[in-house]
Design a binder for this molecule. Structure first.
Ligand SMILES: *[C@@H]1O[C@H](CO)[C@@H](O)[C@H](O)[C@H]1NC(C)=O
Ligand SMILES: *[C@@H]1O[C@H](CO)[C@@H](O)[C@H](O)[C@H]1NC(C)=O
Ligand SMILES: *[C@@H]1O[C@H](CO)[C@@H](O)[C@H](O)[C@H]1NC(C)=O
Length: 220
């Protein structure tokens, strides 16, 4: 009888720790641990696009649905007196099978006071660049992470522009967090997406921009 109770208790404890966080478990199932981070955040924040679609721990969205910068809602998770980093990366670049350019930096902002993204303190290191997963490369994982800074920071990172791939591939959010002493992410969320027609449209926009830049250079 006693043994039975002990066993039941033990099962409960094991179960509780294994399933302690379904959110955390998802990161393991989807290989985000160890591909991107070492410790899964137990909390999630809201990432909502103007298509009304939300990231929901690995749901499938289309490049069309996520083409514009989403709204991030993490009010209850942050302290307005502290500074935060928002990062969005794609580790599956050019594909999850052969991620030789891992990770692609899609979005990176530092010194966000609490949830005030419009604060003058916030530094946009790389503005939001929407996913353009190449055709035939399957689903890519797009991961959003929230880190808490110990202090206001001076970031000496190469900046990205909205349309250029410059300074975006071969990023490591883990190394970035280490460099700025950010610890593990305190919250996150992610979705998956694969090629749709919008990818071709967006690539044309980016190529056009590149040519305009080149033409400008030759003109001067
Ligand atoms: C697990 O994650 C949820 C969702 O973010 C959070 O509300 C909850 O407190 C976490 N539970 C544990 C046991 O850490
Ligand atoms: C956010 O930052 C802006 C600009 O620095 C400031 O004017 C505004 O009052 C802040 N909003 C909140 C809610 O603190
Ligand atoms: C090209 O030059 C024009 C005029 O100087 C400028 O407005 C435009 O932003 C430049 N385009 C690029 C892509 O650099």
């Amino acid at each position: 009888m006693n043994k039975c109770i002990i066993l039941l208790n033990l099962l409960f404890v094991v179960n509780a720790s294994l399933l302690s966080n379904i959110t955390q478990q998802k990161y393991v199932e989807d290989g985000i641990i160890p591909d991107v981070i070492d410790v899964a955040p137990s909390k999630k924040f809201t990432v909502i696009f103007d298509s009304d679609k939300k990231a929901e721990l690995g749901n499938h969205l289309t490049p069309t649905e996520v083409k514009n910068q989403p709204k991030i809602e993490w009010e209850g998770l942050v302290d307005p007196k502290k500074y935060y980093v928002l990062a969005m990366v794609d580790p599956d670049i050019p594909s999850r099978l052969l991620p030789i350019l891992r990770e692609y930096k899609h979005w990176l902002i530092g010194n966000i006071p609490g949830n005030n993204f419009s604060s003058k303190d916030a530094v946009v290191i790389a503005p939001y660049q929407s996913p353009v997963p190449p055709r035939f490369t399957g689903f890519h994982r797009y991961i959003f992470l929230l880190y808490e800074q110990k202090d206001f920071l001076m970031f000496d990172e190469p900046k990205g522009t909205e349309l250029s791939p410059k300074n975006r591939p071969r990023f490591s959010v883990k190394s970035f967090a280490k460099k700025y002493n950010l610890g593990d992410p305190i919250a996150g969320n992610y979705f998956k997406a694969k090629w749709d027609e919008y990818v071709d449209e967006k690539n044309l926009i980016m190529i056009n921009d590149l040519f305009k830049g080149l033409l400008n250079k030759t003109a001067t």
